[in-house]
Design a protein around this ligand. Structure first.
Ligand code: FES
Length: 276
């Protein structure tokens, strides 16, 4: 027997906002009867504000509770605010769900996302997902690569079993488990790539010096000027302009922005240039 919170039991026994909105402005669907759970979410708008929401669901008690709480969470919110809601928020609002039932919160989020796609367009809803065409990974439950990717990202999932709990993928014949593991590995490999090793002050000075010598100085020399790297203090790069650059104030301002933008781009976005 699953261990349900009081709030889950309350929303299961007394679901709010059950039914259909005949003239709904947006409708979102998730799941399918063939897979055992399905949800249809209806939204009524006043401008960008959600003034009413109703749902029809087929599924277990957690699916009913997740759909019910979702309608309460979005009524009164703007579409932009609703767009920020994740499956994690739905589960938290319910006081938690058993791990094996987390897929119900995911279904609620997917129905909301499906409705919002019709307003914002697909690309603006799933902006952080891989750009390749979405592919079905689990044919037993009709779960796509993007759905698995999003569940991993939002819920920090690390194992195939966790992905199964959150999306159902892998929960029947198991043929897709290898692909799910590949997606987990790819996600965390990509994450680690963005965590760059910290750069020491000496390494930074060497990098600044190299960029100035090899990229900035040759450009200024074309117009009869030049630049000399003097020092780095905190994030302030102290430079001295020489040649034709020295005399003209406007030219100095332009050169300062030019040097700063290259150093920000090539070395560190926090750098500022100071002429001495
Ligand atoms: S293909 Fe995923 S469980 Fe069968």
């Amino acid at each position: 027997m699953w261990d349900y919170s009081e709030k889950v039991l309350d929303h299961y026994r007394n679901p709010r906002n059950v039914g259909k909105i005949d003239n709904a402005d947006l409708i979102g669907e998730a799941g399918s009867l063939a897979c055992g759970d399905s949800l249809k979410l209806y939204l009524k708008l006043d401008g960008k504000k959600i003034v009413d929401a109703k749902f029809q669901t087929f599924g277990c008690g957690s699916a009913v509770a997740s759909s019910s709480i979702l309608t309460e969470m979005i009524i009164g919110k703007t579409l932009d605010e609703a767009k920020q809601i994740t499956n994690k928020d739905i589960a938290e609002e319910l006081g938690g769900l058993p791990q094996e039932k987390m897929h119900c919160s995911v279904m609620g989020h997917e129905a909301l996302e499906d409705a919002l796609k019709k307003y914002y367009g697909e690309d603006n809803i799933q902006e952080d997902l891989p750009q390749s065409a979405d592919k079905i990974v689990c044919t037993c439950f009709n779960v796509t690569e993007n759905q698995i990717w999003e569940a991993i990202k939002v819920n920090n999932l690390k194992t195939v079993e966790e992905v199964t709990n959150y999306t159902k993928a892998g929960g029947a014949c198991g043929r897709c488990k290898g692909t799910i593991q590949d997606l987990i590995d790819t996600y965390y490999k990509a994450e680690n790539k963005t965590e760059e090793a910290p750069v020491t002050a000496t390494q930074k000075i060497l990098k600044i010096s190299k960029v100035i010598d090899q990229q900035i100085s040759p450009e200024l020399q074309k117009d009869g000027g030049d630049i000399e790297f003097v020092d780095l203090e905190g994030n302030k790069v102290k430079v001295r302009l020489t040649g034709m650059c020295q005399g003209c104030k406007n030219a100095q301002m332009t050169i300062k922005s030019f040097v700063e933008s290259i150093l920000k781009d090539k070395v560190d976005s926090s750098l500022e240039v100071e002429q001495i």
